[in-house]
Design a protein around this ligand. Sequence first.
Ligand code: ADP
Ligand code: AMP
Length: 215
Amino acid sequence: MKIVLFGPPGAGKGTQAKSISNRYSIPHISTGDIFRKNISENTPLGVEAKKYIDKGQLVPDEVTINMVKDRLQEEDCQNGYLLDGFPRTVFQAESLHDFLQERNEVLDTALLIQVPGEFILERMTGRRVCPSCGASYHIKFNPPLEKGKCDVCGSDVIQRKDDSEETVQERLTVYENQTQPLIEFYKKEGLLEVVDGTQAINEVFESICDILGSE
Ligand code: ADP
Ligand code: AMP
């Protein structure tokens, strides 16, 4: 099963991706997580990506696409994967399409988690993440069991630097201009599925499972 998960920042992609990955036994590949790991390790890729991420802008296509292609050729991707946050531009989507075609492979579903702009600011400014395992929490909607500690691995949760109000506005604008055109792209490919991301977290997951089926 090969799935693309997209939607505005704060739609709940990372939250749902963890559950989908467990339920369907496919690796969760988040380009944001890969960039953040590189930033924390101070690699050349991380240094380059940080310039854009801190401003709420997209990392250039060339850098991002090469990184994803490398990841998709790893052993654990042979039976499918869930891409979270990639593609984010039509050029990235076309590159993914070509990459799959060269291998006689196809994408199964492009799943849009739809959440109107007025929900986003509260979701993003209240988000707390685990820097060790990537788990995502919300101070109001999905707090960790023990305040400030990750349920999964016990690390201290933190607030992402790019979740400040100012950067969130920029990321929303970037989404509207550069990522929203993917809706038409995947509609034309016949792969688009839409889920209402304003429901509670478990309800969103149920809707996603209804779409993806019992495979
Ligand atoms: P994305 O990966 O799309 O940027 P996240 O999964 O990190 O988004 O979710 C953004 C924030 O919103 C997190 O704090 C998360 O706990 C919270 N959240 C996710 N889904 C929901 C939901 N259905 N209802 C309320 N809050 C949610
Ligand atoms: P995310 O964790 O998905 O919210 O991504 C955090 C940031 O990483 C984004 O705001 C971008 O700066 C960068 N990023 C993640 N995925 C991509 C992508 N597919 N293309 C370009 N930049 C990306």
